[in-house]
Design a protein around this ligand. Structure first.
Ligand code: AMP
Length: 218
């Protein structure tokens, strides 16, 4: 049976790292809307130019713009057995859209799980401003909790690490506001449908990974 996983949680809760690992473990594609949008920006497409106006302010990009990108991606052959969706949906409106998208792609119902990363708020901003990532292979680091072995360089491929433009304190605050206003209501949305699984996202990458493995096969 096809398995669809979506992940919820505030910015920098560790979803990106864990969903990357899970995608490799299950051999499912990791579909991350933030990265898909950043690729559109880099490619200077019309969608990218529009998305940039919102991303730079820490706001959500318009519903239809993201829905088109997601629909194209989830329709691809590599998603036919399942996918890991990271950063989508981010509002109840997007959750309804995702339902429509899934119904238009799948003839048979899939097993759907929403996994919520629950984390103490005070560690989040510190995680954001210390986050660095590899623009080549996507590996994510944290200067405090998970630094690269050689300062500024990716352990995996040696590429120079970069900081996301929206990972500064001001934009980070705006992203939290957006999260609590638009995205947090999804916790009850999926809980009420009996689809929510909550994971304690405090602790090391390995601790959280163990907890994740324990719940994905439930
Ligand atoms: P992320 O990499 O998930 O932190 O996303 C970075 C930025 O991309 C967000 O602050 C939003 O501006 C935009 N974004 C990512 N995913 C979505 C989405 N599902 N809906 C609207 N905007 C999004």
């Amino acid at each position: 049976m096809k398995k669809e996983f979506i992940f919820l949680g505030p910015p920098a809760c560790g979803k990106g790292t864990q969903t990357n690992k899970l995608a490799k473990y299950l051999n499912f594609p990791h579909v991350d809307t933030g990265s898909l949008l950043r690729a559109e920006i880099k490619g200077e497409t019309a969608a990218g130019k529009e998305a940039k106006l919102y991303i730079d302010k820490g706001q959500l990009v318009p519903v239809d713009l993201v829905a088109n990108i997601i629909k194209n991606r989830l329709s691809q052959e590599d998603c036919k057995n399942g996918y890991i969706l990271d950063g989508y949906p981010r509002s109840t409106e997007q959750a309804d859209k995702l339902n429509d998208i899934n119904n238009s792609i799948d003839k048979e119902p899939a097993k759907f799980s929403a996994i919520y990363f629950d984390l103490d708020h005070d560690v989040l901003i510190s995680r954001i401003v210390n986050r660095r990532s590899c623009p080549k292979c996507g590996e994510i680091y944290n200067l405090k909790y998970h630094p690269p072995k050689v300062d500024g360089l990716c352990d995996k491929c040696g590429e120079k690490l970069t900081q996301r433009k929206d990972d500064n304190e001001e934009t980070a605050e705006a992203r939290f506001e957006t999260y609590f206003r638009e995205t947090a209501p999804l916790i009850d949305y999926y809980k009420n449908k009996g689809l929510l699984k909550t994971i304690d996202a405090n602790g090391s990458i390995d601790d959280v990974w163990e907890r994740l493995l324990a719940i994905i096969n439930d």
